[in-house]
Design a protein around this ligand. Structure first.
Ligand code: GLA
Length: 748
């Protein structure tokens, strides 16, 4: 719910309050964001008292009580007015300077959320939107800020649009998407960094009077710095502490910063990476910054729950949004580039026998591609050596087996050794002499003729093969971003134009093929962001499928993303990325905390292992709704421990216990659950594992005991106790427990 009360704007969701006002001078002063307040009629109590400014600071007197912007929390900021913190907007005007003085002009509350031009954005549903318009008179600029309040998921989104109403062109040097000025600096900024194969490694940086900056420069949202970041109190845990979560619905280079000032305030900014960016805005044109989303929760659990709900209800969309996602078998780690039709069909048949529903033909099916050094771009030429009958023939045969057919493509790329490159050497982004990544060049996606080419080529491929699923890959980062299509003074636009071009292609293909399940991959998780999730409801979180690494990665990804968005596969052991061995059941248990797939040569497995996989898939299908769409609880702080997926009716849950490393003589384990009904009685059992003999739990307990104290699990092997009812669990060992509500309370 959004209200305007005089000069105050009040945004209230079920659990949060966001408030700001227009000062006497027309600046937007931020007053509060956090836990919902019970506010009386008079909002003035939220306004800091002041009117003086010390020493060498400067401020504004005209129009009312004096205001020093250096020490004022603001909704937007620009250089040249006395606010020394990093600005929200920097525009070089026709006069050559960057002084822009945006003052309040008007505001309106909209029942419908306006779409963002050329950019994906969250679906508003019945959420209200506040549009505040500010004017910069000298340069003739209008700045529109939109705030949408999503009541039930406690999320507020923001976006900004700059319109050039003056007669002269201006250059936008930065236009952020979100600015939140905090009253206090006692926060940790947690960013999720990493690299290929080790996505979502958290970095905790204490905030203070200096600045903490992060973001990506790869042209993608990046595995090196995800656009989901958190600001939280020092001692925040799953269940307590102020926790703010911030997302950007954008798939290019992004920027986050938390900079303190000399007066104990902290500014959070998020938006397009300003380094290297500029955008020339002709008279009459507008520039729209991507949408940002934020939430507050008491404890990380509450914060994540809000974001999960928001993403599921307002970011994901289309045919697949709430549908059960298929269990797949992927050819990549099974065969890499070395396959033929017979081998693929064998793998598909084996997958089908074990219960898989979708067969995905990964890289290597087109042109003369037998290695990663050729043929990208030649999507309409099938590799006739491997697939003599063509793509349609293979796809039909797969479908005849009773499986859906899925296909890998990497449309934004081109190999030097390809017909596409030979025909259009000038279509690449960057100069010919450039750093090369995975032997491939990048198409300049900002150019409409390239977008049109991809739309038509892929339409042809999809119409031919009729895939139910498409894995959209993007295997290198943007380095040289010079665009042959742009004049010198517009080169700063190339990266953003690339992202806009990509969105246009996706928009069109999703409209033409609304029932294709797209999975976003970029060398693993190089583009895990809410922008892509607006088109593709799932992402390949990482090329690293090692159970231990994945358990950690999925744990940290879950702070900002729900488990229904990430693909997770059971692969071979020793693992191809880490050489680590892990029990087959652990590989399954970890992959089951996401969208399950198999990516290994099923023909190389023993009968026992195959039987175990058949049992895994049957189990997954039985509990698929809970595993994919249930409420996720991280039961302990830290990655080594328990996860819980809770069915939406609250009657059953699955709890994963994962042990990265076995410690000799380790303390006894108590399993504590969350989200249960305190008075209900639950039965806790162990998922029986295929061919391994294990101890089995069978415990009856009330929800209250399970949540407030926990139940003791059987003793683990401690150098002694080689007995059937000892938990024999080594490194990367795991158990999956079932919690089911039962009417019986005997023995309780
Ligand atoms: C990337 C993807 C992999 C696989 C290969 C194929 O690395 O992340 O899953 O599709 O490309 O080349």
């Amino acid at each position: 719910m959004i209200q305007q009360k005089g000069s105050f704007f009040l945004l209230e969701t079920d659990g949060t309050t966001y408030c700001f006002r227009v000062t006497e001078q027309g600046f937007l002063q931020h007053l509060y964001y956090g836990k919902r307040l019970s506010l009386g009629a008079d909002l003035a109590a939220l306004v800091p008292q002041g009117g003086l400014w010390p020493g060498d600071s400067s401020g504004w007197r005209r129009g009312g009580p004096a205001i020093c912007l250096e020490d004022t929390a603001l909704e937007v900021s620009a250089p040249g007015l006395g606010d020394l913190r990093e600005p929200f907007a920097v525009v070089r005007t026709a006069a050559g300077d960057t002084l822009t003085d945006f003052r309040f002009e008007s505001a309106e509350i909209l029942a419908e959320k306006p779409p963002l031009e050329g950019l994906p954005s969250s679906l508003g549903g019945d959420a209200q939107t506040l549009r505040v318009t500010l004017t910069e008179r000298r340069a003739g600029l209008r700045l529109e800020l939109c705030y949408t309040a999503f009541d039930s998921c406690d999320v507020i989104t923001r976006s900004a649009r700059l319109v050039n109403l003056g007669g002269q062109p201006v250059t936008v040097l930065r236009l952020m998407s979100n600015q939140v000025d905090f009253y206090g600096q006692d926060y940790i900024m947690t960013t999720f960094n990493g690299a290929w194969g080790r996505e979502f490694e958290p970095t905790r940086t204490p905030c203070g009077p200096g600045g903490v900056t992060g973001g990506s420069r790869t042209g993608t949202s990046s595995s090196k710095a995800n656009p989901f970041v958190m600001l939280h109190s020092q001692a925040a845990s799953e269940v307590q502490g102020h926790c703010y979560g911030f997302h950007l619905l954008y798939s290019g280079s992004h920027y986050e910063c938390a900079c303190g000032n000399a007066y104990g305030k902290l500014r959070f900014l998020q938006g397009i990476q300003p380094e290297g960016f500029s955008w020339r805005l002709e008279a009459g044109e507008s520039f729209t910054a991507p949408e940002a989303a934020m939430t507050w929760g008491w404890g990380f659990s509450a914060m994540s729950r809000n974001l999960h709900r928001f993403i599921r209800a307002h970011v994901l969309r289309g045919w697949w949004r709430d549908r059960p996602r298929p269990v797949l078998i992927n050819s990549w780690e099974s065969f890499y580039f070395k396959f033929n039709q017979e081998g693929l069909l064998r793998l598909a048949r084996q997958g089908k026998e074990l219960g898989a529903e979708l067969f995905v033909l990964d890289d290597g099916w087109f042109g003369k591609r037998d290695a990663d050094n050729c043929s990208l771009g030649d999507w309409t030429t099938v590799n006739a050596k491997k697939l003599p009958g063509g793509l349609r023939d293979l796809a039909d045969r797969i479908r005849d087996l009773g499986l859906d057919f899925g296909l890998w493509v990497e449309p934004e790329m081109v190999s030097e050794d390809s017909d596409l490159f030979r025909a259009h050497p000038d279509w690449i982004l960057g100069r010919m002499e450039q750093a090369i990544g995975r032997n491939q060049l990048i198409l300049d996606m900002g150019r409409p003729e390239i977008q049109n080419h991809l739309i038509e080529t892929l339409t042809q491929v999809f119409e031919e093969a009729r895939p139910a699923y498409v894995k959209w890959d993007m295997n290198r980062i943007l380095t040289d971003t010079w665009s042959a299509a742009l004049p010198p003074d517009r080169q700063g636009e190339a990266c953003h134009r690339y992202v806009l071009g990509l969105y246009r292609v996706l928009e069109e293909l999703c409209a033409r093929f609304p029932k294709i399940l797209f999975e976003c991959c970029a060398g693993g998780g190089n583009r895990t962001d809410l922008g892509m999730l607006c088109y593709m409801p799932q992402v390949w979180l990482s090329d690293n499928t090692d159970a231990l690494c994945r358990c950690r990665m999925q744990y940290y990804a879950s702070f900002g993303y729900p488990q229904c968005v990430w693909g997770a596969h059971v692969s071979a052991s020793p693992n191809h990325q880490t050489l680590r061995t892990a029990p087959l059941e652990s590989r399954f248990h970890v992959a089951a905390m996401g969208l399950l797939g198999y990516e290994l040569d099923l023909g190389a497995l023993s009968e026992e292992e195959r039987a175990a996989i058949a049992a895994q898939i049957a189990f997954y299908k039985e509990h698929r709704q809970t595993l994919q769409y249930g409420q996720l609880f991280r039961l302990r702080d830290g990655t080594d421990g328990f996860w819980q997926m809770m069915a939406s009716d609250g009657k059953n849950a699955l709890v994963l216990l994962f042990q990265p490393e076995n410690r000799a003589n380790a303390p006894a384990l108590r399993l504590t659950a969350r989200g249960l009904r305190p008075e209900a009685v639950y039965r806790l059992t162990t998922r029986p594992c295929g061919f391994q003999t294990e101890e089995s739990e069978d415990i009856l307990s009330t929800g209250s005991v399970l949540m407030d104290w926990g139940v003791w699990l059987k003793q683990g092997f401690s150098g002694v106790g080689r007995e059937p009812q000892t938990r024999m669990m080594g490194d990367s060992g795991s158990r999956l427990y079932l919690l089911e509500e039962t009417s019986s309370d005997k023995n309780c």
